[in-house]
Design a protein around this ligand. Structure first.
Ligand code: NAD
Length: 288
């Protein structure tokens, strides 16, 4: 069997078109664009690259995006004051803090300062709590995007056996919670899990977010499984170029039923759902 590629580029384009329609309607209704503020601290080149993609995608679909840049050694209370100001602004509906932060800053302190209704990365304690108690809140962009991908497949999620590899707050934990809400039987694997292949070999769906190239091999999965590769690790390839690779070995492509490529799978879905969360937050803040 050769796996069918799940085309994240194409699916994310559809999502962005829907979000654009909603953003245009918002502008016509309220005479302002949905607004997103991106807070970045320091000059990490990868963070800068991710931020540039977000700014570009916002501009394309009619979201006003503002970059708030701080020096690496900026003091916590200065950043907090700026977040407080963004929380009060009527033209800013979403606020994100580009991670990782320099070591001197505690990400949770800053994220929890954002008003929960403007926390469009879904990382505020209130939004995490909402997700894990089946209440309305903002869902983190990467797992939300993965669920959108899964729902395009001719595979029902309910009752399926799903394995999530990785337990970060941004991907693994919310992914497991979403799959549980879809009535999957979820097994959660992490760096301390022993003999985890006994679970992946039985799984109908595997979402891997470990950040370790070639962690998952063909002998770890069952024939026809759906495999979602979240991993995105920058390496230098044989020709000396810098490229991003996922967490799965190429042999998995011969055994899986459906699979996401890297690049072009999960990555574009993450950005599309950040735009979606921002426009949805804008409507909600008008009580619509
Ligand atoms: P993280 O480092 O916070 O978490 C990695 C997780 O993998 C940990 O929970 C750890 O327990 C688990 N892990 C590590 N080694 C393992 C092993 N040998 N066996 C089983 N589990 C193991 O990372 P993260 O922020 O969740 O990101 C994971 C990967 O996904 C990274 O490559 C990151 O770049 C990528 N990512 C991609 C997107 C996207 O939009 N494409 C978004 C977020 C993260």
């Amino acid at each position: 069997m050769t796996a069918i590629l799940i085309n994240g580029h194409a699916i994310s384009t559809t999502v962005r078109k829907e979000v654009e329609t909603s953003a245009v309607k918002f502008l016509h209704t309220y005479k302002i664009k949905p607004g997103l503020a991106i807070v970045i601290v320091g000059d990490n080149p990868s963070s800068q690259a991710y931020v540039n993609i977000k700014l570009k995608r916002c501009a394309e679909i009619g979201i006003h995006a503002e970059l708030v840049q701080f020096e690496t050694d900026e003091k916590l209370d200065v950043i907090i004051k700026v977040i407080d100001n963004l929380n009060c602004r009527k033209d800013i509906h979403g606020i994100i803090i580009q991670l990782p932060l320099p070591g001197n800053l505690n990400a949770n302190t800053l994220i929890d300062r954002i008003s929960p209704e403007k926390d469009v990365d879904g990382l505020h304690l209130a939004n995490i709590g909402a997700l894990h108690s089946n209440r309305a809140g903002i869902i983190p962009c990467t797992p939300k995007g993965i669920l959108t991908l899964l729902k395009t497949l001719p595979v029902s999620l309910s009752g399926k056996s799903a394995v999530v590899i990785g337990r970060s707050l941004i991907v693994g934990k919310p992914m497991a919670a979403l799959l549980l809400q879809e009535n999957c039987t979820v097994t959660h694997i992490h760096s301390y899990s022993e003999n985890w292949e006994k679970f992946t070999k039985e799984a109908d769906i595997i979402v891997i977010a470990a950040g370790i190239p070639k962690l998952l091999h063909a002998h770890h999965i069952k024939e026809g499984a759906v495999v979602i590769d979240v991993g995105s690790t920058r390496i230098i390839n044989d020709t000396g170029s810098s490229v991003f690779v996922g967490d799965i070995d190429s042999g998995v492509f011969q055994k899986a039923g459906y699979i996401t490529p890297v690049p072009g799978g999960v990555g574009p879905m993450t950005v599309a759902h950040l735009l979606q969360n921002t426009v949805e937050a804008a409507w909600k803040q008008q009580n619509v």
